[in-house]
Design a protein around this ligand. Structure first.
Ligand code: NAD
Length: 497
C-alpha cells in the first residue's frame, strides 16, 4: 500500500512511522493509500530544518524570491492534470472543480510574485532636523498552516506563497483525508528552485497540530477548518505566544428579494449550494426568500436540482461527486432525517441515490428543504453537504436580522434589482464577504479572504495586503548622521525641532 509520507528538507521523509491513517477514494469506497501521522519528534525535526532554512531565506533578495515564484507558477500550470487527479481521487470532487481550485490558488502565487512592490516601506525625511525615519517589514521566522480537506490545493495556497514570499519558512499540516496534493505542491516548489526546508509538509492528526501549536520555534499559525477546531487552535496557539489567524465554519445565506431575476437567482442558488457536493466554506446553504420570492423561486430551484448529474469525480459528465468519507455521508443523511422529524418540508430527498458501478462510493443526491425555521437543526448546524434549505420571511428587515443573528459570518449574498436595497444590505450585514447578485463572493487574491464572528478567530484575513501584514512584523528606524560638532549630553526627553 502506498504511504504518503512527510516532505522534509526538500524530499520525502524516509522513515515510515508507526502511526498511519487510511486514505480512501470516495467514489469507490476503496482504501487507496495510507498517510504518515507525525509524532512530536517529526514535528521537531521539521521545525529545526525550517529554522535553519529561514536563516538563508530571510536574506535572499526579493527579486530572487519573485523569480522562484514565477517558475513555480509555470510548473504548477504544467502539472495541472496531475494535481487535479490527486484531488479528485482523494477528495472526490469533479475534475473541473479541482481545476478551478488550483487556478484560484495560482492567483495567490501570482499576487505573491509582486512581493518587491508589496513589501515597500515608507520613508520620511527630516522628521526632526537632519533625522530621517523609515518603516520596514520583516518576516516572522518559521510559520505553519493547518488546512481542511475541502480545498487540498487552494487553501494551503492562500497561505504559503505569501508567507514564503515575505521571507518565512512554512510548514504545512494538510488534512489527513486527502494528503497527496500537498506533497505534489511541495515537490514542484523545490523544482522551481525553492531551497529545501523553506516549504515542508508534515502529515498527521491532532498530535501533529498540537506539537506545532506549542512549539517554541513556530512564530505564527494560519488555520482553516471547522469552528470548534478553529477556536481551539486560536486559543492554544495564542496562549503559546503565537500570532494566529484561524478561519472557521460557515452557514452562508442568500437573501432573495421579490424583485430579483428569479432565473438568475435559481441558477445561482443551485450552483452555489451543490457545487463540490456542498463541501465549500462559501457554499450557499440557506436561501432566505422574502415575500413572494419563495414561491417564485422554489419551482425553479427544484427543476434545476432534478437535472443535476451525480457521479464519480473522474466522469466528465458528472456535475457533483461523492462526499469525502462514509462518516460525512452518514452525518448528512442523519441531518435529513432530523429535518423531517423537526417539521421542515423535504422537497427533494437524495438519500436513496445509487450510482451504477459505484455502489460503495460515498454518494448522496442533492436534497432540498422548504419552510425551515431558524430553530431547526438543519438551520442551526453547518451540514457541509448537498443540502439547501429555504427560510421564508415577510420583509427584508426580517431577512437581514436572520443573517445577522446567525453565529457564523463567512459569506452572504443578496439577489435583487434594487441598487438601494443592495447597498443597504452591504452596509448593514455582519458578514465578512458579501455578494450582490454573486452567490459565492470569494475575493480575488489581491483582496483578502475571511469571515466575521465564529467564521474567523484572529484579526487578519488571508492573502492580499492582510496576508502580507500577517506574515511580517513592522520595524521603524530613526536615523541621524550628525556632525561630530553637534555632540553634547542632554537628559531631556527628545524634542523635535
Ligand atoms: P476540521 O476542522 O475537521 O479539520 C481541519 C484541520 O484541523 C485538519 O488539518 C485536521 O487534521 C485538523 N484537526 C481536526 N481536528 C482537530 C483537533 N481536534 N485538534 C487539532 N487539529 C484538528 O475541518 P475539515 O472537516 O477538514 O474541513 C471542513 C471545515 O472547514 C468546514 O467547517 C468548513 O466550513 C471549514 N472551512 C472553512 C473555510 C473558511 O474559509 N472559513 C474554508 C474551508 C473550509
Amino acid at each position: 500500500m502506498k504511504v504518503v509520507n512527510h516532505w522534509i528538507g526538500g524530499r520525502e521523509y524516509d522513515v515510515v512511522p508507526d502511526r498511519l491513517g487510511d486514505v480512501y477514494d470516495p467514489a469507490t469506497g476503496e482504501r487507496t493509500a495510507q498517510v504518515a501521522f507525525a509524532d512530536p519528534g517529526v514535528v521537531d525535526t521539521a521545525v529545526a530544518v525550517a529554522k535553519d532554512a529561514y536563516q538563508e531565506w530571510r536574506n535572499s533578495s526579493m527579486m530572487q524570491r519573485a523569480k522562484i515564484l514565477f517558475a513555480y507558477r509555470d510548473l504548477v500550470e504544467e502539472h495541472l492534470q496531475d494535481i487535479v487527479t490527486a484531488i479528485t481521487s482523494e477528495h472526490g470532487k469533479v475534475r473541473s472543480d479541482a481545476l478551478g481550485e488550483i487556478n484560484k490558488g495560482l492567483e495567490v502565487v501570482e499576487f505573491a510574485c509582486g512581493i518587491p512592490h508589496l513589501l515597500k516601506g515608507e520613508f520620511s525625511e527630516n522628521v526632526s532636523r537632519e533625522v530621517d525615519s523609515y518603516s520596514i517589514r520583516q518576516p516572522l521566522g518559521v510559520v505553519a498552516g493547518i488546512t481542511p480537506f475541502n480545498f487540498p490545493a487552494m487553501v494551503p495556497m492562500w497561505m504559503y506563497p505569501v508567507a514564503i514570499a515575505c521571507g518565512n519558512s512554512f510548514i504545512l499540516k494538510p488534512s489527513e483525508k486527502d494528503p497527496s496534493t500537498a506533497n505534489l505542491l511541495a515537490e514542484l516548489f523545490g523544482k522551481a528552485g525553492l531551497p529545501g526546508g523553506v516549504f515542508q509538509v508534515v502529515h498527521g492528526d491532532k498530535v501533529a497540530v498540537d506539537s506545532l501549536l506549542r512549539h517554541p520555534d513556530v512564530a505564527a499559525i494560519s488555520s482553516v477548518g471547522s469552528t470548534p477546531v478553529a477556536r481551539y487552535i486560536y486559543e492554544t496557539a495564542a496562549s503559546h505566544g503565537k500570532r494566529v489567524q484561524a478561519l472557521g465554519g460557515a452557514k452562508n445565506h442568500m437573501v432573495v428579494l421579490p424583485d430579483a431575476n428569479m432565473d438568475l437567482a435559481a441558477d445561482a442558488a443551485v450552483s452555489a449550494a451543490y457545487g463540490s457536493t456542498g463541501q465549500r466554506c462559501m457554499a450557499i446553504s440557506a436561501v432566505v426568500a422574502v415575500g413572494d420570492a419563495g414561491d417564485a423561486l422554489l419551482g425553479k430551484v427544484k427543476e434545476r436540482v432534478e437535472k443535476l448529474k451525480v457521479g464519480p469525480g473522474g466522469d466528465p459528465d458528472a456535475e457533483m461527486g461523492p462526499l469525502v468519507t462514509a462518516q460525512a455521508r452518514d452525518k448528512v443523511a442523519s441531518y435529513i432525517e432530523t429535518g423531517v422529524t423537526e417539521g421542515a418540508d423535504l422537497v427533494i430527498d437524495g438519500r436513496d441515490l445509487k450510482v451504477d458501478g459505484h455502489e460503495s462510493g460515498y454518494f448522496i443526491g442533492p436534497c432540498l428543504f422548504d419552510n425551515v425555521t431558524t430553530e431547526m437543526t438543519v438551520y442551526t448546524d453547518e451540514i457541509f453537504g448537498p443540502v439547501l434549505i429555504m427560510v421564508r420571511t415577510e420583509t427584508y428587515e426580517e431577512a437581514l436580522s436572520i443573517v445577522n443573528a446567525n453565529p457564523y459570518g463567512n459569506g452572504t449574498a443578496i439577489f435583487t434589482n434594487d441598487g438601494g436595497a443592495a447597498r443597504m444590505f452591504q452596509h448593514d450585514v455582519e458578514v465578512g464577504m458579501v455578494g450582490i447578485n454573486v452567490p459565492i463572493p470569494v475575493p480575488m487574491a489581491f483582496f483578502s479572504f475571511g469571515g466575521w464572528k465564529a467564521s474567523l478567530f484572529g484579526d487578519s484575513h488571508v492573502h492580499g495586503k492582510e496576508g502580507v501584514h500577517f506574515y511580517t512584523r513592522g520595524k521603524v528606524v530613526t536615523a541621524r548622521w550628525p556632525d561630530p560638532s553637534q555632540r553634547g549630553v542632554n537628559l531631556g526627553f527628545p524634542q523635535t525641532n
